[in-house]
Design a protein around this ligand. Structure first.
Ligand code: ATP
Ligand code: MG
Length: 639
């Protein structure tokens, strides 16, 4: 019966999911209040939502405490002897913290903070490697009502100083060092450089992690283990109002100067408590490993707050994924019996480039569920992950979210109902999330048509504001489509309601009047068997508007050659169309990425266009910029 409407309701396989979803949008406040009741509150809220656009305050008047939720409430149950954190240092040293050990450590840490004069309303900067003290300090801040700002330990002194000054922290917590690829990074030395530029910092606490020599300035710098000698064993929990800022975290700066995103306590925790359950279907016996650094929002929500609020057992690893060998991660999965594994497409592509023999060496049969976050996952990488990590048995939940959203917004939700998976699609908006794809004028885009992703209702995990800059908050997220939150990302919603993320809206390439997404071009290149990773950027052209320049990393065993260039160009033309013919393809060993693994296309673009590259404080590896530039210059000479 061609042409007639299908007999089944549109979402027939997803009945339960859409029941929950529809109910959540019919009565969002009732829905979120029900979710909020799953947490412990010292005082119930007076109002679920106070919405004076674009500022949302959730559970106003309610009082709670993040540390109580993540730690105290478990030790009143059998979970006190459950593992909270399996920690593994890069050199192979390990620590296992039960919930009662975590409780003890968090209390002592809170006492140290109090003795240093930190209290409710203060902001503490944390510049720590991936060691248990990082979540311990975060939770201890929460315990006494202080706000934390975690600065990723790979950041430069300059980036650290900018963030400290922006938030006005008086206390900085750091470590002597942390291990990365076999050598300790001298964090305290780097912090010393930053401290030259941060007159507001009065004291620093230094955790002894790496046993390396540091300078301690008398009266300003204190060893954590010395301060612990005078610490009390217990510090009472400070209830805070729901909208009290739990933390301020800077975005990764892919598109420009990082923004200090302010998150609340109540709304943020409610949102993360619920979404974590929906997405990861977490069970008491799960062993959950998120490979992100705690320095990113993924680490805040998906390593610390959501899992610990659920009393989950987490794995935390200090070092590099390929150190000392390319099976380090797979070894960790085998060793701790990880059931739930959450990582980035960029990491998967890196492992894919080195071949499946590395994961094949390890027993990964404990895995039950896989996840990805941070960038769209191309179908090749999805399938590789599914086969070689998940053993064709584990569903993959892609999760779309941002620092600003606080938690996952679009994903699959096996915790409600496992939806049929489509490789490369992020899935559906989670309950309570009114996501839509619209055209430039704000009208809903047709199914299958590319548009801009917006969120039409506030949600509890939503940022409160940008620190010190409410105007930028309004401008960046609420001006483009009045009444709706603008994500800055392209997306397509297909006939069945699945969302496909297509990269950032500011990353389109306009060739002779056609608008091409960088992601489309990159996915086309990656679909060539020799290509491990690629980045597409535009280069201004007086005739065409823009031309396409591609940077390509080859898989192991492939060599750059004019013939291969031709093949890759052919592949892109075949997949996207003749209009998408790259002007140049550069073969490089690395791409400039943010520390969270995202390609900084604006850096490549600047290199290709020969203009200054701008703020690269969030860049992972300065060397990769030089390499890209050298590859570019070499080619310029050839021509
Ligand atoms: P800045 O806002 O400073 O430019 P950023 O956007 O890279 O930095 P984050 O908040 O860490 O900082 O990243 C959020 C962005 O990452 C999203 O807007 C989206 O572009 C991308 N992203 C995250 N998860 C996914 C996903 N599952 N699929 C596709 N894209 C994703
Ligand atoms: Mg962003």
């Amino acid at each position: 019966m061609t042409g007639s409407a299908p007999q089944e309701p549109k979402y027939w396989p997803l009945k339960r999911y859409f029941e929950v979803y529809d109910r959540s949008l019919r009565d969002p406040e009732g829905f979120w209040a029900e979710e909020a009741r799953k947490l412990d509150w010292f005082r119930t809220w007076d109002k679920v939502l106070d919405w004076s656009p674009p500022f949302a305050r959730w559970f106003v008047g309610g009082e709670l405490n993040a540390c109580h939720l993540c730690v105290d409430r478990h030790i009143k149950t059998w979970r006190k002897s459950k593992v909270a954190i399996y920690w593994e240092g890069e050199p192979g040293d390990t620590r296992v913290l039960s919930y009662s050990t975590l409780y003890r450590e968090v209390n002592r840490c809170a006492s140290v903070l109090k003795n240093l004069g930190v209290g409710k309303g203060d902001t503490v900067a944390l510049y720590l490697p991936m060691i248990p003290e990082l979540p311990i300090f975060m939770l201890a801040c929460g315990r006494i009502g202080a706000t934390h700002t975690v600065v990723f330990s790979g950041f430069s002194p300059r980036a650290l100083a900018d963030r400290i000054n922006d938030i006005g922290a008086k206390l900085l917590v750091t470590a002597d060092g942390g291990f990365r690829r076999g050598t300790p990074m001298p964090l305290k030395n780097m912090a010393d450089e930053a401290l030259e530029l941060t007159p507001g910092v009065e004291k620093t606490v230094v955790v002894n992690r790496a046993g390396i020599a540091v300078n301690m300035r008398r009266g300003r710098d204190f060893w954590y283990h010395h301060l612990l000698e005078d610490a009390e064993a217990s510090v009472s929990v400070e209830p805070v109002e729901s909208t009290h800022p739990l933390y301020i975290l800077y975005t990764s700066g892919t598109t420009g100067k990082p923004k200090g995103i302010v998150h609340s306590t109540g709304g943020y925790l409610v949102f993360n408590y619920s979404t974590y359950q929906w997405v990861f279907d977490i069970k008491e016996e799960s062993v959950y490993w998120c490979t992100a650094d705690v320095g990113w929002v993924t680490g805040h929500s998906s390593i610390v707050y959501a899992p610990l609020a659920h009393g989950a057992a987490i794995v935390m690893y200090e070092g590099a994924p390929d150190y000392p060998t390319l099976d380090r991660w797979w070894d960790i999965i085998e060793k701790y019996g990880v059931t739930t594994f959450y990582t980035s497409p960029t990491a998967i592509r890196m492992f894919m480039a080195h071949g499946e023999e590395w994961p094949a060496r390890r027993d990964l049969s404990s895995l039950e569920l896989l996840g990805t976050v941070g960038e769209p996952i191309n179908p090749e990488a999805w399938l590789w992950y599914y086969r070689h990590i998940g053993g064709e048995r584990c569903p993959i939940v892609d999760t779309w979210w941002q620092t600003e959203t606080g938690g996952t917004m679009i994903s699959h939700a096996p915790g409600i109902e496992l939806l049929p998976l489509k490789p490369g699609s992020a899935g559906f908006p989670l309950p309570g999330i009114d996501a839509a794809v619209v055209d430039e004028s704000g009208q809903p885009a047709k199914a299958g048509e590319k548009g801009l992703l917006i969120i039409r209702k506030p949600w509890p995990g939503m940022l409160l504001t940008i620190h010190g800059n409410p105007e930028r908050y309004q401008e960046a997220y609420w001006k483009r489509f009045p009444g709706a939150y603008y994500t800055g990302d392209y997306a397509v919603k297909d006939e069945e309601g699945y969302f496909w993320l297509l990269g950032r809206a500011d990353e389109v390439i306009k060739v002779a009047g056609h608008r091409l997404g960088t992601l489309e071009l990159e996915n086309a290149a990656i679909s060539h068997p020799a290509v491990a990773e690629s980045a597409a950027v535009s280069k201004p052209d007086p005739v065409k508007g823009d031309t396409i320049v591609m940077f390509v990393i080859l898989k192991e065993g492939f060599e750059a050659s004019p013939a291969l260039t031709k093949e890759i160009v052919g592949q892109i033309r075949k997949m996207v169309g003749p209009i998408a013919t790259p002007e140049r393809i550069f073969f490089v060993g690395k791409l400039p990425k943010t520390r969270s693994g995202k390609i900084m296309r604006r850096v490549l673009k600047a290199v290709a266009s020969e203009v200054p590259i701008g703020d690269v404080s969030t860049l992972e590896d300065g060397a990769s910029v030089d390499e890209v530039r050298a590859a570019y210059e070499a080619l310029e000479e050839e021509v």
